[in-house]
Every structure is written in structure tokens, then in C-alpha cells.
Design a protein around this ligand. Structure first.
Ligand code: ZN
Ligand code: ZN
Length: 99
């Protein structure tokens, strides 16, 4: 009853068929698109698609420094191990049979 009294935001001459749950504006059947069992207006559908893709790229951007950090950690650890070995060698030579 209330919905029928409303008019489409894009087409003022048409009665609203659905209310966009995202922007809470009323639209006719032609202006809304079914998306994930909800009816979204074209603008909000576009926004939700863009948000979905940006979230995916954000996950990628977040993982890349993590992998880089892991790479640095691995490199640092191997350098540390090499350094320890190099430090141990002169001690062994000094206490060993060389002198
Ligand atoms: Zn909307
Ligand atoms: Zn419309």
C-alpha cells in the first residue's frame, strides 16, 4: 500500500515496485536489478560490484607485503645462520690444530 504510493526516482510517472536496500530510494521494476536475492538499483549494483572488486584487490595488496616480509625473514635467517657459521670458523681454527 505504502510502496504503491511511492514513485520511481528515475521515472516520476511510474509507481515504485521496489525499494533499494542500499540507498533506500524507490524504483520501478525496470530500474532495479536482482542481485544476491535482493533488488538493487543500477547505481548501487555498480557500487557493490566495484566494492567487491576493490575488496579482492585489497586482499591481494595485503598479502603481497606479507610474502615480501616472509621472504626478508627467510633471507635474514639464512644470513644469520651463515654469519654464525663464519663466526664459528675462526674460533675453531684458533683452538684447533692450525695453531
Ligand atoms: Zn540504490
Ligand atoms: Zn524507473
Amino acid at each position: 500500500m505504502k510502496l504503491a504510493a511511492r514513485r520511481c526516482l528515475v521515472h516520476p510517472d511510474r509507481e515504485a515496485a521496489a525499494r533499494c536496500p542500499s540507498c533506500h530510494q524507490y524504483y520501478c521494476r525496470e530500474c532495479v536489478v536482482e542481485h544476491d536475492t535482493r533488488f538493487l538499483c543500477a547505481a548501487c549494483l555498480q557500487k557493490s560490484i566495484e566494492a567487491g572488486t576493490s575488496r579482492r584487490s585489497m586482499d591481494f595488496d595485503w598479502l603481497s607485503p606479507l610474502r615480501l616480509l616472509l621472504g626478508f625473514a627467510a633471507a635474514y635467517l639464512s644470513l644469520y645462520v651463515i654469519e654464525r657459521i663464519l663466526l664459528l670458523i675462526p674460533v675453531n681454527l684458533y683452538n684447533g690444530t692450525w695453531f
